[in-house]
Ligand binder design. Structure first.
Ligand SMILES: [Zn+2]
Length: 170
């Protein structure tokens, strides 16, 4: 079963029919996430690819299982220029799990709103958790105006020297 994405899903109905969905959510729809992205991100029109299904887990609790893929544009904390960070992640989120299940399971649970889950909010939460706390280009990719970049490049180790060291210690 494959349908177009929407924001709200009625959990029990989708679990009963093993609803499976696939589609894209424009990143501009995720307002809380926007605050973590580079200002240029909104102009790019990026989206997050999502696919997920509704099933029951080993505790007979409804669970949304899925996968996200996107590229976020963050602000490099060193040169403040945009920096692309590709992300691909799996998620498993229970819905309205009982306290006893929460104690036994290491999976997260969200509360439904009158039996409905907001998929956009779920995806946004997963993305926010995956954003690196400190985003920074590799030394060689950082903006050329960053004053220490040249020095960092010069002092970088020759990869063959490292290999030679490894061989020597074998
Ligand atoms: Zn940078």
């Amino acid at each position: 079963m494959r349908d177009k994405l929407r924001r709200q899903y009625q959990v029990h109905r989708e679990v009963a029919r093993n609803g499976y969905f696939e589609g894209k959510i424009p990143l501009v729809e995720l307002e809380r996430l926007q605050g973590l992205l580079h200002a240029q991100s909104a102009e790019r029109g990026d989206s997050v690819s999502v696919r997920f299904e509704f099933v029951r887990n080993e505790f007979d609790t409804p669970i949304v299982v899925g996968r996200l893929e996107t590229t976020l544009v963050l602000e490099c904390q060193r040169c403040l220029e945009p920096m692309e960070v590709p992300l691909a992640l799996e998620f498993r989120v229970m819905v309205d799990a009982d306290d006893s299940v929460l104690q036994e399971s290491d999976q997260d649970s969200i509360d439904s709103d009158d039996g409905y889950v907001d998929l956009f909010a779920l995806v946004e939460d997963e993305l926010i958790l995956a954003v690196p706390l400190v985003a920074r280009h590799d030394d060689s990719e950082c903006n050329e105006h960053w004053p220490v970049a040249d020095a960092a490049t010069e002092t970088r180790e020759n990869p063959f020297a490292v290999l030679a060291q490894l061989k020597a210690t074998e």
